[in-house]
Each structure stands twice: as C-alpha cells, then as structure tokens.
Design a protein around this ligand. Structure first.
Ligand SMILES: Cc1ncc(COP(=O)(O)O)c(C=O)c1O
Length: 247
C-alpha cells in the first residue's frame, strides 16, 4: 500500500520483475486478503506481461469468488490467464461462498496445453493427496455438487452470495459516509474502493491500540480490519471511535 492509501502497482510490478525465471507466483483473483486491494483489468494485463517475460507459473488463489464485483466478474482475471498462459494453477475455495469452511471443500484446477504433462501432474497430485489425507470425506463436495447441478438451487445460492457481496459493499460505503462529518471521508475513501471481507484501513498501530483500549474496537495491529464483521446499525459509533483515535 502506498502512502496515499492506494495500491502501489509500480512497486508491486518492480518486485515481480525480480522473481527468478520459472518460479511460481501467487496471485489473488479478487478480494485480496489481507489488504482488500484488487488489481484493475489493466494492472492484470501488466502483471501478465511480466509473467510471460519471466516464464512464471501463476498460482491463482480464488478464495472469495462472488464477494468482489459478482460471481462472473470476479472470474475475469482467472479466465484471462487461463486463455493467455501455457500453464496455470487455480485454487478455488468453497469455504466462504458456500459457507463450508469446516468441510475443507475446494478444488485445485490445473491448466496446461500439454495433455501428456497432465498425466504426470495427475499422478504427482494423487501422490500428494494420498500422503495428506488419502481418502478425505466428501460431504462438502457433495453439497456443492448438488447445488451446482440443480438450476434452481444454483440460482438461490447465487442470490445469497450476491446478498453477502452487497452487504459488504454497503458496509464499506456506509463507513466512508459515516466518517464524512468528521472530515475524514477523503482519508478513508480507499475503504470504499477495496473489495471483499478485509481492509487495510491505513490506521497506525498506535491508533489500533487506542481503538481497542478506548472503544473496544478490534483489528489487527497492521490496521487490517474485517469489514464483514462490522455491525451495520453501529456505523456512526465506529466512525466516532475512528475519529477519536485520529485526532
Ligand atoms: C486468500 C485466501 N486463500 C485461501 C484461504 C483458505 O481457503 P480454504 O478454507 O479453502 O483453505 C483464505 C482464508 O481462509 C484466504 O484468505
């Protein structure tokens, strides 16, 4: 995060250009944890140029599909990379968007242009899986498969994910608005721009400590807050508390 509370894309690209050729590079498809900053479509294309020029293997961590701009919209970068790079790993999680955190449900998707390689990859993955948990329970996976195979259930699920997405978006804009009377709208405008559950608020460790001690408001000392955990009926008190520690 830059000093202006925005994502410093140039600094990020400069670091990426230093990654040794052929390495795996971890990217978050959307709703970046812990910062909340997502890449624009242009930024994704610039990252793609670096990935190509350094033969990097992208591993796209897709843990929050549907929490950013929508189920389809959030897949934009993953689809772009699947079309543009010869090999790609995608880890898709159902923990959040299906509420199945404790059932450990998700998928590793391996994309490669070489069918031959896929046979080797599959046997390597089977080996890892066998050593990890051999034959894991599939209850969560069975729930997801049932929902996705049934158009009516799938539509209901998509509506519920959309309701969660809108709730988080409203909390973000609501908090920025609640900070307006304190003259802090500009300073915290990035919270409305960020996506997903988490936010790098830009609050300093001392301010986070004061929030905790004086107002019983909790976040990580880095200033990372869980936006989804905010009570929508208490945005004004939260804004008062933030204004107090920012004095
Ligand atoms: C970016 C990111 N990826 C992955 C995970 C974990 O996903 P899973 O519960 O499927 O292991 C989390 C958080 O739980 C996360 O924030």
């Amino acid at each position: 995060m830059g000093s202006d509370n925005r994502l410093d894309v140039e600094a990020m690209l400069a670091v990426l250009k230093e990654v040794p050729k052929g390495d795996v590079v971890l990217l978050h498809a959307c709703c970046h944890n812990p910062t909340g900053f997502d890449l624009s479509h242009d930024d994704w294309k610039r990252v793609l140029d670096v990935v190509r020029s350094r033969d990097l293997l992208p591993l796209i961590d897709f843990a929050y599909q549907g929490f950013g701009d929508g189920l389809e919209q959030d897949a934009w970068s993953t689809r772009l990379y699947a079309a543009e790079v010869p090999e790609l790993l995608i880890t898709s999680s159902c923990s959040k968007n299906f509420g199945l955190y404790r059932d450990r449900t998700g998928a590793l998707i391996v994309c490669t242009k070489s069918a031959e390689k896929l046979i080797d990859i599959r046997s390597q993955l089977a080996n890892i899986a066998r050593n990890l948990w051999s034959t894991p329970p599939d209850h969560g996976a069975a729930v997801v498969a049932t929902i996705l195979a049934d158009p009516e259930l799938k539509a209901r699920w998509a509506d519920e994910v959309e309701a969660m997405r809108l709730r988080i978006a409203q909390l973000r804009s609501g908090l920025v608005e609640a900070l307006e009377p304190h003259g802090l709208r500009e300073r915290f405008a990035h919270i409305g721009v960020q996506r997903g559950m988490f936010s790098y608020t830009g609050l300093l460790p001392e301010q986070v400590k004061n929030l905790r001690e004086r107002h019983s408001v909790y976040m990580v000392s880095s200033g990372r807050a869980n936006v989804a955990g905010i009570d929508a009926t208490r945005l004004a008190s939260l804004a008062d508390a933030i204004a107090d520690v920012c004095k």
